[in-house]
Design a protein around this ligand. Structure first.
Ligand code: ADP
Length: 613
């Protein structure tokens, strides 16, 4: 029945529920979240594109304004210079003096205004004077009638033309105006503005400049390899025009194939010149920050995803645990209820058994009682004969005291006689006790047990036999502790036992020659109190040792002994919960051991015996 629940109710706490692999959940989550990156990319691209566009528009506007500003500075110069008398004089009479004067004047003005070259053409397009007259690549003497600005100027319009200098190989913008003499055109003045430096102004930025003329040919650019390349297919007329007016170093501009995917192009048309200024921003300028944004967004999504995954995982674990605990609880409850019903069945079986045992016990007690009672009656039957024996000694003492009292009264010793009478009274009380005890012995009820001090009981027993002992000169050797030895007994029954044993000892010493000794000692043992009564008489014979407890066994003459003393003592000792042991001492003589149970000092276990009972 003593089963531990730990073994019976131990569960395997490892959840055994099937689990979906974590990577699959995460991949699923990633698939769901990935489309969120697309709008993010779209938004980032739009934002960075608009930022770039607005920034580049400003740059382009600034560049165009700067370019136009440069051109405007020189736009009116040919007309104004055409009115200078020195130049008119040169046209009128181009002699060395006037030409030299004109050369110096043009050089002077050119230096002051910053124009690259200024030169004076006669009506046929020949250069009469030029600001670079003294340079190696001087225009003087060269004919520019093939240039459109010449024909425009001669026709009375402001000649404007971009072209590469055929002499200087420098790009420039040409303004030309007619020089009038009255209504007549006598020549033309041309101002060439250097445009090379406007290209170098662009600087080294990732964005590239692209300035195309009316033919779509690149004339100014921040990328030298794009220079003089055609951004669109040229028509036949345009080809012919290029051949005739020679604006570029080549007569057949090669096409410029720009990868439109790689560049983001913004164009600003310059109506005044028929040009288009474009700024080309590498797409990488947008792609890079967009990629960064995407990376950050992706990382954020990933973190969110992981957090979500973690939360899902924890939630799953939590649900698993709850389910598992619920299952374990259910199993526990089932087992507990099973075990409870087992225990209940066992309990009722035990109750039944206890009931049966109690009944058997009662039956046993009843039978035992009957047996004891029958035994007692048989003992009593035999004991009736011993009453005289039990009462004989006090009676003999009473007689002796009475006879003695008589003698004392004769001698007027009333006090001593009163002492004897008192002793007689005590002895009759003792006899009454013995008779009551014998009556009680025969009765069915149990005698009450109490705490009795051993020494006083022993003293009483010795007192009864004191006279006889003195007469026999028996030496008493006592070895008893001073402190009372409390034993569990009935006072009368204990005295009865002790008196019997001491009387037997004196009987045994009767035949013995001196010295006659009687040893009495007592001590506490593990099981209670042990009293030893030893004499140096003949001791038990082999037969008497075996049969001394039998009623009527005696080795004495009929007048001396009835053979009931030890039989009663043995019965009484067992009734007191003790025992009586008979033996012979190794040095001769009988050794009787009285074993009694210890009792608490002076406390009655039950109400004391009623001597009258
Ligand atoms: P009774 O004294 O009337 O003979 P008991 O029952 O007291 O009856 O004793 C039975 C017998 O035990 C005695 O007759 C005697 O032979 C023997 N006996 C008892 N006490 C002693 C003793 N102290 N020494 C020797 N023999 C003893």
């Amino acid at each position: 029945m003593r089963r531990t629940f730990s073994g019976a109710f131990a569960f395997d706490m490892t959840p055994s529920l099937p689990r979906r692999p974590r990577w699959r959940s995460l991949a699923l989550l990633a698939l769901c979240l990935a489309p969120l990156l697309w709008p993010l990319q779209h938004l980032a691209e739009r934002y960075y594109r608009s930022e770039l566009v607005s920034q580049n528009r400003q740059t382009l506007d600034l560049y165009v304004a700067n370019l136009l500003g440069t051109l405007h500075r020189y736009e009116t110069l040919p007309q104004i210079l055409g009115d200078l008398p020195a130049l008119r004089a040169t046209l009128a009479s181009p002699d060395p003096q006037t030409v030299d004067h004109a050369n110096r004047l043009l050089k002077n003005i050119s230096e002051q205004t910053g124009a690259e070259v200024m030169y004076l053409l006669d009506p046929s397009g020949n250069t009469l004077a030029a600001s670079n007259w003294e340079k190696k690549d001087s225009f003087v003497g060269r004919n520019f009638a093939f240039r459109p600005y010449y024909s425009d100027a001669i026709a009375g319009r402001l000649g404007r033309f971009f072209g590469m200098g055929t002499t200087s190989s420098k790009r420039g913008y040409f303004f030309a105006a007619a020089v009038h003499e009255g209504q007549r055109v006598v020549g033309a003045l041309v101002v060439k503005v250097d445009l090379d430096h406007t290209e170098s102004l662009w600087g080294k930025t990732p964005e590239q400049l692209l300035l195309t003329d009316q033919h779509g040919v690149v004339i100014l650019t921040s990328r030298p390899e794009w220079r003089f390349r055609a951004t669109r297919p040229l028509t036949e007329e345009e080809h012919q025009a290029i051949v005739s007016i020679q604006p570029y170093p080549t007569q057949d501009p090669q096409p410029l194939d720009l990868d439109e995917q790689a560049w983001l192009m913004q164009t600003h048309p310059i109506a005044e010149t028929g040009w288009n200024a474009s700024i080309l921003a590498p797409r990488a300028l947008i792609d890079r920050p967009v990629r960064t944004v995407l990376a950050i967004g992706g990382a954020t999504l990933l973190v969110l995803m992981l957090l979500l995954g973690l939360m899902m995982q924890r939630r799953r674990n939590y649900l698993d645990r709850i389910a598992f605990e619920a299952k374990a609880r259910r199993e526990l409850e089932i087992r507990v209820s099973e075990r409870t019903s087992d225990l209940e069945a066992l309990n009722s079986r035990l109750k039944q058994e206890v009931l049966e045992r109690e009944q058997a016990q009662q039956e046993l007690v009843r039978v035992q009682d009957e047996v004891v009672q029958a035994g007692k009656l048989s003992v009593l039957g035999t004991m009736s004969a011993s009453i005289s024996h039990e009462l004989n000694q006090p009676l003999a003492a009473i007689r002796s005291y009475a006879e003695n009292a008589e003698v004392l009264l004769d001698h007027q010793r009333t006090d001593d006689a009163r002492g004897n009478l008192k002793l007689i009274g005590e002895l009759t009380g003792r006899m009454a006790s013995i008779i009551a005890h014998l009556r009680a012995f025969a009765r069915r009820d149990r005698h009450a047990l109490e705490s009795v001090a051993l020494q006083p009981a022993l003293d009483d027993a010795l007192a009864l036999l004191a006279k006889r002992r003195r007469a026999m000169a028996v030496e008493l050797i006592r070895d008893l502790p001073d402190a009372p030895l409390w034993v569990q007994a009935g006072e009368t029954r204990l005295r009865q036992v002790l008196s019997n044993l001491l009387a037997n000892a004196l009987d045994a010493l009767t035949e013995k020659a001196n010295p006659r000794c009687l040893w009495i000692n007592a001590e506490h043992t593990d099981n209670g109190v042990e009293l030893l009564i030893r004499d140096n008489g003949p001791g038990f014979t082999r037969e008497s040792l075996a049969r001394a407890r039998e009623p009527f066994f005696t080795t004495k003459t009929r007048t001396q002994g009835l053979g009931l003393g030890l039989a009663i003592c043995d019965t009484l000792m067992r009734a007191l919960g003790g025992e009586l042991l008979l033996a012979n001492h190794p040095q001769g003589g009988a050794l009787l051991t009285v074993r009694l149970r210890s009792a608490p000092p002076g406390v009655n276990l039950q109400p004391p015996e009623d001597p009258s009972a």
